[in-house]
Design a protein around this ligand. Structure first.
Ligand code: NAI
Ligand code: HPV
Length: 617
């Protein structure tokens, strides 16, 4: 029996890396052909009516809503209580929020696995429980660039407004004051009998400010917003220093900013502007102890997150005269409580978290997040993923067939394990002529993990939760590189997966060193199995696979082939690997349809067949 011509190759859907969705289900169920791009398949899926649902829980620019509507059912429901959000979320594939919605573990749990993408229409993701998102295989994306300038401009606006008492003076002029209260009639019975006379307050000496020019500004957090603030402050004639443990010195140098230690920044600054994210290590970074290190009369601007300042400590520092003034756009609790001492302190200028709120920024953020969410729902890898590796498009395109190979090798390896012998230790070897830092294996590792875990559990594994899931199941995946000579045109020569300390239901899959071993390559863009245990084979990894060990003798291919032929099972690919002529050989047979139990029994009964196994890819 001759093996049939190469069948079409399944085109890789990136939904396999990312969370699946109703859309992905449609995609997977559609027969795939080599020449059909993922995009073509997507069009079919949408026309099948399986539109995903996106819940937009906070005000988003119209341009973003329109973009979302081209692809999904969009439910704009603002001001939901936490309970309402939890109820709605089970019907949604994606959720878009700004800073006002807490996406807690309860939300992910309430979604019962349907929520696949959370889009944060802005930068700070401190309102999203990232650990819970990752555990639930939910991708979190943000819109990190569109509001940078808006936030920086707001920082500068607050800096100048604070230094010149703009909001206090404005309030005073507007409010005016009672200059006279008199009663036109002789008797005053009620207060309402009084007639008041107002005058404008014109307190020019009370609101004398301080100048910015020549003063030292310490920018804490020299990222996107911080560096734009620094650039603008330089333009105002300020001496700018910055503290950021992770910022590259050349970026600071290019703007003419000196990077200094945290303590030096505190000790020398006349103004401090905060621009770091709220994390466990930045929480309450300005506190009693650090306020004590500041120059007396320092002025503080916070456009980052309220939580980076211990607000009680700031009240004390204002009362002690350490801090002369503060300008705050953000608060630990938003809106701050009505009895907030900070808000009622005249020395404190406040705005209601307006940093990102310009027409331009909101338009940009809406488009940026809508594109990221739609892309993620389509299964594309998101460039702004917060809890998954970001992989540039060109790297992705190159790794695509290897990603497919990785998952299939994982699937094969785990199916070769005898039931009951738990998989604990997996070694993956990548052979490549590329330098290690030129080969990003996170994707490959995630897909091997997916392949290893999914066939033996109900757990759904994707790029987001692969490492977490492996860890949770006590599965240790170690990676090793073999550096090959030659031209590094192809990213990888082969991938090998070995599982240690297990028994195999197909003894030939055990290598000389005692592990279950499978190895594969990509040939003409198609993943191939090239080694099982110590046997060299060559079969494309499509459909399902029968591995047979038999005595190497004439007629074996025909015998197995005719059993499959009689059972109407189409053979797609076949190869035989042997140790030596007339000794043992392993036959790898690719089949399009799953053979019946009877067919498999008949193969097992062929006298020269010593063992065989049927594996689903
Ligand atoms: N008020 C508002 O409406 C807005 C607020 N933001 C907030 O501004 C902050 C900065 O945003 P981006 O500049 O876009 O983020 P970014 O990620 O570009 O920059 C943050 C910088 O902080 C640095 N950093 C981290 N830990 C630090 C530490 N312990 N000390 C000093 N620096 C540290 C990082 O290395 C990074 O360079 C975020 O908290 C964000 O949420 C951003 C936009 C609008
Ligand atoms: O992008 C950020 O980090 C912000 O703080 C902006 O928040 P907002 O989207 O305006 O609620």
């Amino acid at each position: 029996m001759a093996a049939s011509a190469k069948p079409p190759t399944a085109s890789l859907s990136w939904n396999k890396l990312l969370p699946s969705s109703p859309f992905a289900t449609a995609l997977v169920s559609f027969p795939r052909r080599r020449n059909r791009s993922a995009k073509t398949v997507f069009v079919v899926a949408v026309s099948s009516g399986a539109k995903p649902t996106v819940l937009v829980a906070e005000k988003l620019g119209e341009a973003g809503i329109s973009l979302l509507k081209e692809f999904a059912n969009v439910d704009c429901s603002y001001n939901l209580t936490q309970e309402e959000l939890c109820t709605k979320i089970s019907l949604c594939d994606a959720l878009i929020v700004r800073s006002g919605t807490k996406v807690t573990r309860d939300v992910f749990e309430a979604s019962s696995g349907r929520l696949k993408v959370v889009g944060r229409a802005g930068v700070g993701i401190d309102n999203v429980d990232l650990a819970a998102a990752t555990e639930h295989g939910c991708l979190v994306v943000n819109a990190p660039t569109a509001n940078t300038i808006a936030a920086a401009e707001h920082g500068i606006a607050l800096l100048a407004a604070m230094a010149r008492n703009i909001s206090q003076a404005s309030e005073s002029v507007k409010a005016g004051s009672v200059v006279k209260a008199f009663c036109p009639s002789a008797k005053v019975k009620f207060v309402s009998d009084l007639v008041y006379s107002f005058a404008r307050k014109w307190q020019r000496s009370k609101y004398v400010g301080v100048s910015l020019v020549g003063k030292t500004l310490a920018v804490m957090g020299f990222g996107k917003v911080g560096s734009e603030v620094a650039r603008r402050a330089k333009g105002l004639g300020m001496h700018v220093i910055a503290h950021d443990p992770y910022a590259p010195a050349d970026r600071a140098r290019a703007i003419g900013v000196e990077l200094v230690s945290f303590d030096e920044a505190l000790a020398t600054a006349d103004f401090i502007s905060l621009h770091m994210p709220l994390t466990a290590s930045t929480s309450k970074v300005l506190n009693d102890e650090t306020f004590a290190k500041m120059k007396k009369g320092v002025r503080i601007v916070n456009v980052a997150r309220g939580g980076v300042i211990d607000e009680e400590a700031l009240v004390k520092a204002l009362d002690a005269g350490i801090v002369a003034q503060a300008a705050l756009d953000v608060f630990t609790v938003e809106p701050p409580p009505t009895d907030s001492k900070l808000v009622s302190d005249e020395r404190v200028t406040v705005t209601p978290h307006l940093g990102a709120s310009t027409m331009e920024a909101q338009e940009g953020v809406a488009i940026e997040i809508a594109e990221a969410v739609v892309g993620a729902l389509r299964g594309e890898l998101a460039a702004t993923a917060v809890n998954a590796p970001m992989v540039p498009a060109e790297v992705l395109a190159e790794l695509k067939p290897f990603v497919e190979l990785a998952e299939k090798l994982g699937r094969l390896a785990v199916q070769l394990i005898a039931g009951g012998s738990g998989v604990k230790s997996v070694k993956v070897t990548y052979a490549s002529a590329r330098a290690p830092d030129d080969l990003d294996t996170r994707l490959l590792r995630a897909m091997i993990t997916k392949g290893l875990i999914e066939p033996i559990s109900s757990v759904f594994v994707n790029l987001v939760n692969a490492d977490f899931t492996a860890k949770q199941r006590g599965l240790r995946i170690s990676e090793e590189r073999i550096l090959l000579d030659g031209s590094p045109e192809s990213p990888l020569e082969f991938i090998q997966v070995q599982i240690a300390n297990v028994e195999s239901k197909f003894a030939s899959a055990i290598s000389e060193s005692g592990e279950v071993k499978v190895e594969g390559k990509v040939k003409d863009g198609v993943p191939h199995l090239t080694k099982v245990g110590s046997f060299e084979v060559d079969v494309s990894l499509e459909g399902s696979l029968i591995l047979c060990r038999q005595v190497d003798q004439p007629g074996m291919i025909g015998k197995v082939g005719s059993v499959l032929g009689e059972e109407n099972v189409n053979v797609s690919f076949m190869s035989v690997g042997r140790i030596a002529p007339r000794k043992q050989a392993v036959m790898a047979i690719g089949v399009d349809e799953p053979p019946s139990k009877d067919a498999l029994k008949r193969i097992g009964e062929i006298p020269a067949v010593e063992e065989f196994v049927y594996l689903k890819l």
